[in-house]
Each structure stands twice: as C-alpha cells, then as structure tokens.
Design a protein around this ligand. Structure first.
Ligand code: ADP
Length: 439
C-alpha cells in the first residue's frame, strides 16, 4: 500500500527535478547565446587586433553592437585606446568596468596579442533587444513551472482532497441517520483504509439501528396489546364498582368500592395514554388537512373560557388578525393544546395567568402557551419530553399523572414536521413553544 507521505515526496521530488532541469536549460541557453555572440565578434577582434598591431590604426573597423565597447590596454592595464566610449585619461580600467553595471549587464572578455604587448578588453552589452531573449527564457520557464505546479496540485487534490471531501460527506450522512452510504474512491493510500473502516462502522450502525428499531417496534406492539387487553377487565371492574356503589352499603364497604372505582379510573387513564403513546410510533398514515391554525386555536381556547373564569385564571390571547394555513391533524393538534392547558391548571395553584400567542414567521408559525406558575426546574428541561418523566415533588405525587402527556405532545408535533420546546429563559412559570411549518 502506497503511503500519502510517499506520494507527497514524489510530488516534491518531481518539482525539484523540474526546477533543476529548468535551471540547466536556462544556463545552457544563456551560454549558447553568449557563445554565439562571441563567435560573431571573435574573428573581427582577432582581425582588428592584427590590423591594430600592423598599422597602429584606430579601432574604427571593428563591428560591434552599440552597447558593446572595447578598451585596449598595455600589460600594465594603462588604457591606450577606446571604442564606443570616450577616452578619458583619468579613468582606469576599473572605472570603465564599474560603468558597465549601470542599467544593464555585460559580459567581459580579454584577448591578448601574440607579442603580449596589448590587451583587448571586449565588453558585450546586453540591453533591450539582447536582454529580451533572457526575459523570454525566464518567463517561459516560469510559465512551465506554474503549469506543472497546477497539474501537480490537481493530481494531489484528486488523490487526497477529493477523497477527504467524500469521507466527510459520508460521515455527515451517517450523522443524519442515513446508513445507506457508499463512499466511492480508490487511492491506494491510507485513505482507502479510512474508507473501509467507515464502511464497516456504517454497516454496524445500520445493523444496530435496525436492531433497535425492531426492539422498539416489538416494545410498542407489546404496549399496544397489553393496554388493549387490560382495558376490558378494567372497564368491567369500573362498571361493577359503579353498579355496586348504587346499592345500599355499609360505609366501610362503600369506601372500599369508591377506592376501587377511583383507582380503576386512574388505571384506565394510564392504559389509554400508554396506548396513544405506542400508537404514535406506528407508521400509520397521519392524515393532515390544510387548516387555518389561528381559527382552530381560537375555537379551542373559547371552550376553556368558562373554566378559566371559574378557576379564577387570568388569560390573555394575542393572535394575528389573519388566517395562517398549516397542514394539521386537527384532533392531535388540539390534544397538544389540551395537554398544555390542563397541565397549567393541574400543576399550579391559582391565581395564575395563562398567555396564548400566535406568531407568524417566514416558514413557520409559533404557538406559545405560557403560565406564571411554579415552572419546571431547569434540570428537568432536557428530559421533560421523554416518556414517564414527572417532576418529583409532594404535590405532583398526590396528583398522580402518567408523565406521558408531554412525550405524546412531542410525537404529535414531530409528525407535523414541527416541534415543541420549553423556553429555558422564561423567568417565571412555563413557556412552551410549538412550531409548525406553514403550508
Ligand atoms: P402528565 O401527563 O403526567 O401530566 P406531562 O408529561 O404532561 O405529564 O408533564 C410532565 C411533568 O411536567 C409533570 O409531572 C409536571 O411536573 C410538569 N409540568 C408540565 N406542565 C407544567 C406546568 N405548566 N407547570 C408546572 N409543571 C408542569
């Protein structure tokens, strides 16, 4: 199995190789160019040297470029003659050499006459046209290097970055609960091992989820059939207790019959709630209808006005003056409202105030039910929508309750593609926020 490190190393070595090749090509081209220039002048210089020696003439004849110049010196470097520069008695060879660094580059060659009396110092100047060739070479080398670097980056991206993206999106899918993923790439690196490990994890999670779902559905089936089966004997017990209580009985027996009747009703309520809770998890069709949620909520709350007045509960309704349509399973939506209102009444001592508000948002509508009662302690907030969770205090114990109401409400809201939450920032009492998508 290839290692990512090997691949990267290969890339770096290829880059280094390319840089060296480019440098060598540049150097060779430059040298070749310089030599070709020199070849062009060398004959002339030799000839001129000969003429110069023979006739002691000037350097007029010598054909050199306008940026080139020649200095003739004796062995002691005293300047004797100059071409393409003005002869200045005060300047030394070094001064002329220094001048060449102004605004361009020069190559410097020295030719010695056969008798060793004169030295011809030839300066080939590379300005403008001449130097352009060097620029062209350097720029082409750079372009070549950039193209290579780009191709190399693309290849690295294909072998490393693209697989990493695929891994990340695969893991994100798993996070969403979709275990039907297939991460598709082949790199021959450690990334393949990660991919295989994720596939294995995905497989075990899929099995685990399937197993859990099967257990849940079996548990639901059990709850459904148990609550159904218990319901018939319970109805009989309540019925018999009721008919017995109509007879003339000794006070002790009447008290016992009343207790049987009372607990029979509590047990019936519990089995009903358990049945509803388990039923919510069944994949039965949840048929919703386009409904004006403002109107439906108003009608429901009107039913409570007499009860509110009797119990001296203040109420406040803040509703928008318009219709807002949502896909509602009306009966279940009203059941959630009932549960929240009855909880507010049941778990708080009057005087309390209940406030109902409907807020229209971009995509959703919020229905807020808040009271200023005792509230739910913060440490219960994360689990209050789980089944069988009740706030433990003496009053609640006396009230009984199944602890299923809010968990059923949550299931109903989720079936509406919405949600129910308990506002942790509400100062006094409970503030439940229902959210439903608008249609
Ligand atoms: P139940 O069906 O037994 O009423 P719920 O699931 O509806 O149970 O409520 C869970 C617990 O939350 C209750 O035991 C109660 O302590 C608490 N609770 C719910 N609503 C309120 C409220 N408005 N004010 C105070 N406590 C509440």
């Amino acid at each position: 199995m290839k290692k990512i490190a090997n691949q990267l190393l290969k890339g770096y070595l290829l880059n280094l190789g390319l840089i060296i090749c480019l440098a060598v090509v540049l150097y060779l081209s430059y040298n070749h160019y310089m030599n070709s220039q020199l070849d062009e002048y060398e004959l002339d210089v030799t000839q001129i040297m000969a003429d110069y020696l023979r006739d002691n003439t000037s350097l007029e004849e010598l054909k050199i470029g306008q940026n080139d110049f020649i200095l003739v010196t004796d062995k002691n470097m005293n300047i004797l003659d100059v071409k393409n520069k003005t002869l200045d008695e005060h300047k030394t060879l070094i001064d002329y050499q220094l001048e060449t660094s102004d605004g361009g580059s020069h190559s410097y060659y020295v030719f010695e006459t056969q008798d060793g009396r004169y030295l011809f110092h030839l300066f080939l100047g590379f300005y403008l046209e001449d130097i352009r060739i060097i620029y062209i070479l350097v720029i082409s080398a750079l372009i070549l290097f950039i193209v290579f670097a780009f191709l190399h980056a693309r290849r690295t991206s294909q072998t490393i970055v693209t697989p990493i993206h695929k891994l990340v999106s695969g893991v994100q899918e798993m996070q969403k609960g979709n275990y039907n993923i297939h991460i598709d790439y082949e790199t021959n690196t450690e990334l393949d091992e990660i991919k295989n490990a994720i596939h294995q994890l995905n497989h075990s999670l899929a099995q685990e989820t399937e197993h859990r779902q099967r257990l849940e559905s079996e548990r639901n089936e059990l709850i459904l059939s148990l609550s159904h089966d218990i319901k018939t004997p319970l109805t009989n017990i309540i019925g018999y207790a009721q008919s017995l209580s109509m007879k003339t009985l000794e006070p002790e027996i009447r008290q016992s019959i009343d207790t049987i009747y009372k607990y029979g009703l509590i047990a019936t309520h519990l089995t009903d709630e358990l049945f509803d809770f388990a039923k919510m998890d069944q994949n039965d069709l949840f048929i919703t209808e386009q409904t004006d949620i403002v109107e439906a909520t108003k009608v429901k709350l009107t039913d409570y006005i007499v009860e509110f007045d009797t119990l001296q509960i203040q109420y406040d309704f803040i509703f928008p003056e318009k219709q807002i349509y949502c896909q509602l399973h009306l009966m279940n939506y009203l059941r959630v409202l009932d549960n929240l209102i009855q909880n507010a009444i049941k778990y708080n001592q009057p005087p309390i105030k209940i406030k109902f508000q409907i807020i229209e948002l971009d995509q959703h509508v919020q229905i807020i039910v808040e009271d200023d009662g005792i509230g739910i302690p913060l440490n219960y907030h994360s689990t209050i929508f789980d089944p069988m969770i009740r706030v433990e205090n003496s009053r609640n114990r006396a009230l009984g309750g199944t602890g299923l109401g809010l968990s059923i409400a949550k299931k109903i809201m989720i079936k509406h593609q919405g949600n129910i939450t308990l506002d942790p920032n509400h100062q006094k009492g409970c503030r439940f926020i229902l959210e439903i998508p608008k249609s």
